[in-house]
Ligand binder design. Sequence first.
Ligand SMILES: *Cc1c(COP(=O)(O)O)cnc(C)c1O
Length: 364
Amino acid sequence: MPLAPARYGFAGDHTGETPAPTSNALTTLIKLDSNENPFGPSPHAIKAMQAVLATCSDYPDDDASTLRLKLAEHHGVQVEQILVAGGLTEFLGMLARAFLAPGLNAVTSQRSFIVYRLATEAAGAQLIEMPMLQDGFDLVGIAAAVNCNTRLIFLANPNNPTGTMVTADDIDHLLESIPEQVVVLDEAYYEFAQDFAARRGITYSRSLDYVRKGRNVVVLRTFSKVHGLAGARVGYGVASVDLIARISRQRSMYCVSILAQAGALAALEDSAHIRKAVENNTHESQRLYRALSEIGYAVTPTWGSFLYCDIGRGASNFAEQLRVEGIAIRPLDQWGAPEAVRITVGTPEQNDALLRAMTKLKNS
Ligand SMILES: *Cc1c(COP(=O)(O)O)cnc(C)c1O
């Protein structure tokens, strides 16, 4: 998709949004604005990518066969049910081109992942965004918005940027009411949500069961979040053989680099790195939630690796002030929430710095 990265909402430092702090230019910016893994890539992934550097004069395996085989084993599906792309951003573009066209539409919620709109509009179609209930999805409203021109329903679960989750039972009901259209279950934060749900005694997702039963769903997962490979660009979708064949026709050749394939394969095996990221997130998000609430910010309980926070004043200005303190967070004006920000859960040290700065700004 030929879209400017600055609009993606989770893009990194290169967006040229606000300049880095000048007051203490020697300190490095603490990046809590793009939901990246605060611990970096899996060390095994770094080694694996280093090991293939010298083979980068060759084209990559266009089928990503080894990676797809491993993912198929991992999820208990056929290899033909997996499609790997250069990140989910690219996958969403393929989905939109495969199913949408002028006169057709996709349905999602307001304040959800910004790429749904970009991909839908790039395909010349319309995105219908239903209002939220509190900060979560109104699945009844979403089902009611589906009409004869609807081809896709996009559900980010947990949702970015609000961090809310819909349960497996909620999705069961939704699927019963929309048997025809393709439902896209974007589980970019799967591991984080699964850990919260297990601790809270809730069933988060049966997404892959739907696929195994031949339901009309596409499950999306990425290596950008828990695996810490956002810069390598690799993510994948799981669906029926027919759906995957149809989406594959929109794929560009060689779109998953040798480095991305090697890094993803190694990251998938590095359960220690995954556990470290998930445990840090579970504990630190709860600590941040309590501390920020105490300071007087309105925080939404999260199921992801970030917090949605209503700060009760202009978010862009607030984010600029925080940046002077050396911390980047995401103001959510573009999501229609001019007084809300999204804060990625960092390491304990980064979160301490965030709390100091947010306390200072509250009192200023
Ligand atoms: C971060 C994120 C993605 C991942 O996008 P990539 O292109 O794979 O980096 C997908 N969906 C949601 C909801 C996200 O927040």
